[in-house]
Design a protein around this ligand. Structure first.
Ligand code: A2P
Length: 330
């Protein structure tokens, strides 16, 4: 792997700090690393590979130096403004916001699923929505082997997906407070069928992201998909029930085999011993856990699976770093 200069934008945030952790853990081969955040954080320090890095304010001149790859996670508005500036200066941006995901000139990539799309970039590559990423890793082997006709997503998403504000709402709620700062209702002791804003069609934006991003990543506009995205009172990891209608008939044993051997997937399905994927198992790891594999008897070719992953790692930071790793192998 060649060594590059790398930038982290949003380095003080929840995903940004995880970028640094993942770069360190995977010993990503960089020469220099630059960290950017808002003016508020300028001058503070973050750490990567044992080195203290002084956070700089992100400005229009931040990329006027030798930076090869920039990992962005500083919100859609910051990406909208600064990713094109970086791209125009020859930096390859891997952007975690939703801003560019559906742009036809921007590849939307899960490295285990559509790595070929990475090199179609015009200096901006989008990291998919956290719930979409883990679902894609689970669906790709099924698409390759059987073909997919229809998908029903039901998600159970942790508060860390809403950043520090979501975590604080849960912490305060568990102490008895009914005041909220992030969600429209208390998240403690509730499941909220409301992630991101409601759209005119009655879906939330999060649900529409799952639907549209899935079609783009799997390269199939004809896929029939519906989704219900729910915020649950867990700190970390997203869990998903995925109901799939396959194109052809299948043997359930073969589905187990498929998942047993697939890169990035850990099969955990031994119901006789109460073994199935849990948020507490996935936390802090980079894999996608799959279990509760069973036939949907209400359809000819229906399948149910339960999928869990760490939303801040595989659902955000790790996926972006994996994209950067593919970039530097060329
Ligand atoms: P800061 O800490 O200075 O506010 P999270 O999603 O966890 O809230 O993190 C958001 C990240 O994006 C933080 O690092 C935050 O920096 C950064 N950020 C927010 N607004 C801007 C901005 N206008 N320019 C640069 N970075 C920003």
């Amino acid at each position: 792997m060649k060594k590059v200069n790398i930038a982290v934008v949003g380095a003080t945030g929840m995903v940004g700090r995880t970028f640094l952790k993942v770069l360190e853990e995977r010993d990503f081969p960089y020469n220099k690393i630059y960290c950017f955040a808002s003016k508020r954080s300028a001058g503070t320090k973050v750490k990567c590979k044992g080195e203290d890095i002084i956070v700089e304010e992100l400005t229009e001149t931040s990329f006027d130096r030798d930076i090869d790859i920039a990992l962005f996670s500083a919100g859609g508005t910051t990406s909208e403004k600064f990713a094109p500036i970086a791209a125009s200066k020859g930096v390859i941006v891997v952007d975690n916001s939703s801003h560019f995901r559906m742009d036809k000139d921007v590849p939307l990539v899960v490295p285990e699923v559509n790595p070929h799309a990475i090199f179609e970039h015009k200096n901006i590559i989008a990291n998919p929505n956290c719930s979409t990423i883990q679902a894609m890793v689970a669906l790709k082997p099924l698409q390759e082997k059987y073909g997919i006709k229809r998908v029903v997503f039901s998600t159970y998403q942790a508060v860390s997906g809403s950043g520090v504000k979501g975590v604080t709402d849960l912490e305060n709620g568990l102490k008895g407070s009914l005041e909220t700062n992030c969600y429209p209702h208390p998240i403690a002791n509730n499941c909220l069928p409301h992630i991101d804003v409601f759209m005119d069609n009655g879906y939330t934006k999060e649900e529409m992201k799952m639907i549209n991003e899935t079609k783009k990543i799997l390269g199939d506009d004809s896929l029939k998909i519906t989704a219900t995205a729910v915020r649950v009172p867990l700190y970390d990891c997203h869990s998903e029930s995925i109901n799939v209608e396959l194109d052809g008939s299948f043997d359930i044993e073969n589905v187990f085999e498929l998942y047993r051997d697939y890169k990035g997937i850990i099969l955990q399905d031994d119901v006789a011993n109460n073994v199935y994927p849990l948020a507490t198992t996935a936390k802090g790891t980079d894999d996608v856990y799959i279990g509760r594999i069973r036939r949907d008897f209400s359809l000819d070719n229906g399948l149910n699976i339960w999928v869990v992953a760490d939303n801040i790692r595989k659902g955000a930071a790790t996926n972006a770093v994996q994209i950067a790793e593919v970039l530097i192998t060329r």
